[in-house]
Structure formats: structure tokens, C-alpha cells
Design a protein around this ligand. Structure first.
Ligand SMILES: [Zn+2]
Length: 300
């Protein structure tokens, strides 16, 4: 029987939609659905060339990791998510592409706890963030912590952040801002994700030397996928299944670098970069399995 042409066209369109949807939602083993209620959600916000992430815990806590390069982008995203307060604000290191929206965020949200590398940096962006933080500390509205390797933050039952870097001894080289980045591993039941800031080869070697527990299913790739990070021994210790990173479309650094992508591909690691998937990335987990979403589902 001859299939009417219109029906055949509809079928082809339907098939295309199924294929697109399938390619957008890669799951480790089972679909969790786009809704993250009662689950862990990690949003890599579409901040361009910089880092800015929101972690929403199953218990409803909000953790912001870095604040993008533009003043308002991360704050606007939090507002769109109807966030009422930020429980923990972790600024991995004081470079402009991580601290750009930090002061604006402190001005627009109650922030209960600020975590900062403590690395000195004499830019007005960082100094205004630090001044605003210390003003809020004085008013009793926030706390200020410089986490060090070995410390653990218990966010809620079954969810902890294990800080793996920096160490006091040896301290990062004086002018090396990237290698002063706060690195931590989020552990929620059987799920884990490693956040690396812009840590480079030197910091990676320090963590390996200190036998840090690096193994994680999801790796936020160091320094936007630059060749200066993601050494082979470090990747072998993390053993990620999925790698995610934030970089700007057409960025002048060429992030993520081909050599990093090749190292990840060689290890069968699936890579999601904001400039390669066309915007935000979201990871959700129920503590057993996890799912990576892109496109419209990544901001829901
Ligand atoms: Zn950066």
C-alpha cells in the first residue's frame, strides 16, 4: 500500500524529533525526567566565556559556584529560578570571568555563606566583591570561609562537599591565580561531581601528590578545557564518564583546546561544552543515576 505523501512527511518529521530529543538527553542508564524536584540539579549557566553554576540540592539548598563574567547574568538566572536565598556562594578564584557578577549577586540575594580562595588579587572587581563580603560579615548577614584541602562541608543528609584544593603547604606560587582555585568534590549518595575552577597542571599534581580522592562520574573540566589543565594522570585519577565545561562561542583563547578534547575522547568521556551545545547544560541526579540535559531542558 502506498503511504500518502503527507503522512510520510509527518512520520519523517516525527522521527527527526525523536532523534533530536534522544541526542539532547544522554542518560547514564535511565531517564530521570526533566523535573529536578527532590533531586540534585547542577546548572551550568550560559555565561559566555567564564564559569557560573547553580547547584540545587534535593533538600532545596542553593549553592552558587562562580558568578560569570557579566555583572547580571548569574543573578538573572537565579531570579528566573525563583531562588530566595543563596546558602553557599563559592568563588573558586578571583579572575574576572569567575568573579564578574559576584558583587551584583551579593547586592541582590541574601547570601548565607561565602567561600573564597583567599588569593589576593588587586582588581577592582575582586576588591569590591571582597569589600562587600566583609561588610556583610560585619552586619552578621554572611560568613566568610577560606576552605582548604581536607575540609568537608555537610550541606544536608547524604550530600557533602569535600574540599581538595588549595593546600596551605605548599602554597600556590605567588602570582599563580588559576592554581589557587578552590577544587571540591560533591558527593550525593552514589553520585559525584568534581568542580575544578581553573586549576591547572601544577594544582592537579599537588592533588595527586596528596592522594586526594578525585574519582568522580562527572568532571567540570579545569580552566575551560585549556591545554594547561587536564593532565593524563589527573584524568586517570578522576576517571569521569562525563565532562562538562563553560566557554564562550568563538572565544579568543580557543577553549576548549583540541588536545584536551582528544584526551577525553581517548578515555571515552562524553563532553558537553556550553559553546558546543549552544548554551546551558544541566545535570540531574537522584543519587543513583544521573542525566545530562541541554537545550531548553537545561534551564528548567
Ligand atoms: Zn576562567
Amino acid at each position: 500500500m502506498r503511504v500518502p505523501r503527507r503522512r510520510a512527511a509527518l512520520f519523517v518529521a516525527f522521527l527527526a524529533l525523536v532523534l533530536i530529543a534522544g541526542s539532547l538527553a544522554i542518560t547514564s542508564c535511565q531517564a530521570l525526567g526533566a523535573s529536578s524536584r527532590g533531586k540534585l540539579a547542577v546548572y551550568l549557566i550560559d555565561v559566555g566565556q567564564g564559569d557560573g553554576m547553580l547547584i540545587q540540592t534535593p533538600g532545596g539548598k542553593n549553592i552558587v559556584v562562580d558568578a560569570g563574567v557579566e555583572a547580571t547574568t548569574v543573578t538573572k538566572f537565579l531570579q528566573s529560578k525563583k531562588v530566595k536565598q543563596v546558602d553557599y556562594f563559592i568563588v573558586t578564584h578571583p579572575h574576572a570571568d569567575h568573579v564578574g557578577g559576584a558583587t551584583y549577586l551579593l547586592e541582590h540575594f541574601p547570601v548565607k555563606n561565602v567561600y573564597d580562595s583567599g588569593k589576593e588579587h588587586t582588581t577592582s572587581l575582586y576588591e569590591s566583591f571582597l569589600a562587600k563580603t566583609l561588610e556583610l560579615v560585619k552586619e552578621g548577614k554572611t560568613t566568610y570561609t577560606k576552605p582548604r584541602a581536607g575540609q568537608q562541608l555537610k550541606v544536608e543528609d547524604n550530600l557533602v562537599l569535600n574540599f581538595l584544593f588549595p593546600t596551605d603547604e605548599p602554597a600556590p606560587p605567588p602570582d599563580d591565580i588559576n592554581n589557587s582555585s578552590i577544587v571540591f568534590k560533591l558527593v550525593y549518595k552514589d553520585f559525584s561531581m568534581l568542580f575544578t575552577g581553573d586549576a591547572e597542571a601544577w594544582a592537579e599534581q599537588q592533588m595527586l601528590d596528596h592522594h586526594a580522592d578525585l574519582k568522580a562520574q562527572v568532571l567540570k573540566v579545569g580552566h575551560h578545557g585549556s591545554y594547561s589543565s587536564s593532565t593524563e594522570p589527573f584524568l586517570d585519577a578522576v576517571k569521569p564518564e562525563v565532562a562538562v565545561l563553560q566557554a564562550g562561542v568563538g572565544n579568543k583563547y580557543g577553549h576548549p583546546h583540541g588536545v584536551t578534547l582528544e584526551k577525553l575522547a581517548k578515555r571515552n568521556v562524553k563532553v558537553y561544552a556550553t559553546n558546543m551545545v549552544g548554551g546551558a547544560i544541566k545535570i540531574i541526579s537522584d543519587g543513583k543515576t544521573y542525566q545530562v540535559l541541554t537545550g531548553k531542558d537545561a534551564t528548567k
